[in-house]
Design a protein around this ligand. Structure first.
Ligand SMILES: *Cc1c(COP(=O)(O)O)cnc(C)c1O
Length: 375
């Protein structure tokens, strides 16, 4: 392991998050682990394997490449592609036993033409997100469509997605209830089809909302110990599973008035000790943190000075006299989480962890031999 910039993923914590969340759900509920986008940057194969050992047999991804990667790594059970797959790739769904979402009526027709017999599919319903799915505000048309394709295809479920379940504003709570009501109305209409998979909950929805069909929660962000939004407190025992680290690659002292980095946007006010960190925006560390963010060395904050470069950044360690060359640096950790960084940037923790680049090695803490998922 060459220590430059790396992420440590605590798989035991992912499992702990899963258990803590499962404990909040009604008996008989199931969890579909959402491991799209490389398990939100945590490493999809490692996360899926850890959860499979825990008994999880439902997985969701965003695209077919992600689904195939899981199968090739030996992940069994159901794998649902939540979004669009070009119909030319549908033979692969057959080959790898992957379930495809039907994202519109047009798509269902193209799917019926192109998919080899037996490829499993689930209808997406649009209950208010205006993204993909059959428009649930026309339930007659939806029902007719579902029935038509249930005859021609291996339809295993219907599902929808909530768009404000992470808010505790009154209007938003009401809207979530409307979405669930629209979804359940359609579930009721097609009850005779006995579709095994009916699901409408994400992380935020599952904790806060009860539904008579609340049997499967598509659990994403909470598996990784981050908040769906600041409105949603983490359940007891749920904590971030990821730490992002780097090292001090160079140290130098600059004099009063000297500048740091591109554009000379930082000028020293007095003598400053500057440490260079070999992590930059090409590693997924946001350049918007230039002159704004901080890293932690010996547990103490060191402010970023100057612009974050493509592959490196500089920090002021004047107030950390013990800081030395090759010391470990924490970019994201217990005292400064992806959610903390996100709020500083005006975004969400999801984006922070998804953006951590491919060249940042993932190391699994409960592996003795430092398994590298990437690079
Ligand atoms: C990403 C995604 C989820 C998971 O959402 P979280 O907020 O991370 O729990 C669930 N359902 C769909 C359709 C998604 O795209």
């Amino acid at each position: 392991m060459h220590k430059r910039s790396w992420v440590e993923v605590d798989l035991a914590q992912v499992v702990q998050n899963y258990r803590a969340y499962a404990a909040c759900l009604a008996a008989g509920s199931r969890i579909m682990a959402v491991v799209k986008a490389d398990a939100y940057g945590h490493g999809d194969v490692a996360v899926a394997q850890a959860l499979a050992q825990e008994g999880v047999s439902l997985f969701a991804v965003a695209c077919i490449d992600e689904a195939i990667a899981l199968r090739r790594a030996g992940i069994a059970g159901e794998i649902l592609i939540l979004g669009y797959t070009p119909t030319t790739a549908l033979p692969l769904c057959r080959e790898y036993d992957i379930t495809q979402s039907l994202v519109s009526e047009d798509y269902a027709e193209a799917f019926a033409d192109a998919a080899p017999a037996g490829v499993k599919c689930q209808f997406k319903l649009d209950t208010g997100m205006s993204r993909i799915g059959l428009p649930a505000n026309d339930p007659d048309a939806c029902e007719a469509c579902i029935r038509r394709y249930a005859k021609r295809l291996s339809l295993t479920g219907i599902f929808t997605h909530l768009c404000v379940a992470d808010s505790n504003q009154e209007e938003d709570i009401a809207f979530t209830q409307t979405q669930i009501a629209r979804f359940e109305a359609l579930c009721d209409r097609v009850r005779d089809l006995s579709l095994p998979y009916l699901h409408c909950m994400n992380s935020a929805g599952g904790v806060h909302t009860n539904s008579k069909y609340d049997k499967i929660v598509r659990l994403g962000i909470l598996l990784y110990g981050l908040q769906p939004s600041p409105d949603i407190p983490l359940p007891e025992g749920v904590r971030p599973a990821l730490t992002w680290k780097s090292v001090v690659s160079a140290m130098h002292t600059i004099k009063d008035g000297e500048s740091v980095g591109y554009g000379r946007t930082y000028r020293a006010d007095g003598t400053r000790r500057i440490a260079t960190i070999p992590t930059g925006y090409a590693d997924g560390y946001s350049r918007l943190l230039s002159n704004k963010g901080r890293v932690f060395i010996h547990g103490k904050p060191a402010p970023i000075v100057g612009r974050v470069c493509m592959d490196q950044m500089m920090v002021d360690v004047t107030s950390i006299p013990e800081c030395a060359l090759y010391d470990e640096v924490t970019l994201i950790g217990d005292s400064y989480t992806a959610d903390n960084m996100a709020s500083e940037l005006g975004t969400i923790g999801y984006e922070i962890v998804c953006d951590i680049g491919k060249r940042v090695h993932r190391i699994y803490k409960n592996d003795n031999n430092c398994l590298h998922n990437k690079g």
